[in-house]
Write a protein that binds this ligand. Structure first.
Ligand SMILES: NC(=O)c1ccc[n+]([C@@H]2O[C@H](COP(=O)([O-])OP(=O)(O)OC[C@H]3O[C@@H](n4cnc5c(N)ncnc54)[C@H](OP(=O)(O)O)[C@@H]3O)[C@@H](O)[C@H]2O)c1
Length: 254
């Protein structure tokens, strides 16, 4: 409790899955949270849940492809809560999947835009605000896919998400002197809408489960707790990392 007391956070991709669990955990740890995604009704119900539990949050719906949306999220944090300390840039899509020889330019570009460019635009506007406040913590959601694990048929996803690791390092080096830390979390499989959409049969789910040393996939809250580490002062000397939270998928060959 209270590991984020007095902090103000933005969480994108908060309408479901990892983002929703993280927004709730941040609020329960004392942060005031601006929650973003396109589905307004889901954001409103999240805010109600957080408020009912004694926390504080505000919804700002929009599309992360728009630079103005990122400016609006930062403005909401500052107007409503006075500052910005933490940003969890987590919104993402699988994008066009299937044999890479058939992937369209538009499908490939869409994954890059939502998973990579939007994360850059978010950080671009968040970091300036954090600097005014003596520093902050930016966290991106990458993935084990394209880092420690390769699957066929997800080239756009893998390329866009591994690009986030380079972005993390570049921003961490550039803004470390201003006390802005930047880290990427790399989940293994997590039981969310995206996971169920990709793995829509028992056979696929059991294949994916077996890739992990723990022989299960993660619950969204388990990712949220890892993100909390990067958001909080517990990780005050940690920046520029690509941190696997993958149930041992990277070391498993059975
Ligand atoms: N589940 C896994 O196994 C897994 C593993 C590794 C990494 N990840 C990553 O974890 C992150 C969260 O995914 P999840 O698993 O929690 O799946 P999810 O429940 O499908 O969440 C995806 C979130 O991204 C938001 N989003 C997507 N496109 C957006 C856009 N254009 N503008 C604004 N928001 C957008 C969605 O909100 P709206 O639809 O309301 O806009 C939703 O809140 C993603 O970046 C994903 O790549 C997931």
């Amino acid at each position: 409790m209270n590991r984020l007391n007095g902090k103000v956070a933005i969480v994108t991709g908060a309408s479901s899955g990892i983002g929703r669990a993280t927004a709730k955990l941040f609020a329960s740890e004392g942060a005031k949270v601006v929650v973003g995604a396109r589905r307004k009704a889901e954001l409103d119900s999240l805010v109600e849940e957080i408020n009912a539990a004694g926390g504080e949050a505000v919804a700002a719906a929009g599309d992360v492809r728009s630079e103005e949306y990122h400016q609006a999220l930062v403005a909401t944090a500052v107007d409503r809560y006075g500052k910005l300390d933490i940003a969890f840039n987590n919104a993402g899509i699988l994008g066009e999947a299937g044999p890479s020889t058939g992937v369209s330019e538009a499908g490939f570009a869409e994954a890059l835009t939502i998973n990579l460019t939007a994360s850059f635009l978010a950080a671009k506007h968040q970091i300036g605000q954090m600097e005014k406040n003596g520093g902050g913590s930016v966290i991106f959601t990458s993935t084990f896919v394209g880092y420690s694990f390769a699957f066929p048929g997800v080239a756009a996803y893998a390329a866009s998400k591994s690009g986030l690791i380079g972005l993390t390092q570049a921003l961490a080096a550039e803004f470390g002197p201003k006390n802005v830390r930047v880290n990427a979390v790399l989940p293994g499989a997590v039981d969310t809408d995206m996971y169920r959409e990709m793995n829509d049969t028992e056979g696929k789910q059991s294949f994916i489960t077996n890739l992990h040393a723990l022989k299960r996939v993660a619950a969204p809250d388990e990712l949220a707790r890892s993100v909390l580490y990067f958001a909080s002062d517990d990780s005050s000397f940690v920046t520029g990392t690509a941190s696997l939270v993958d149930g041992g998928a990277s070391i498993t060959r059975t």
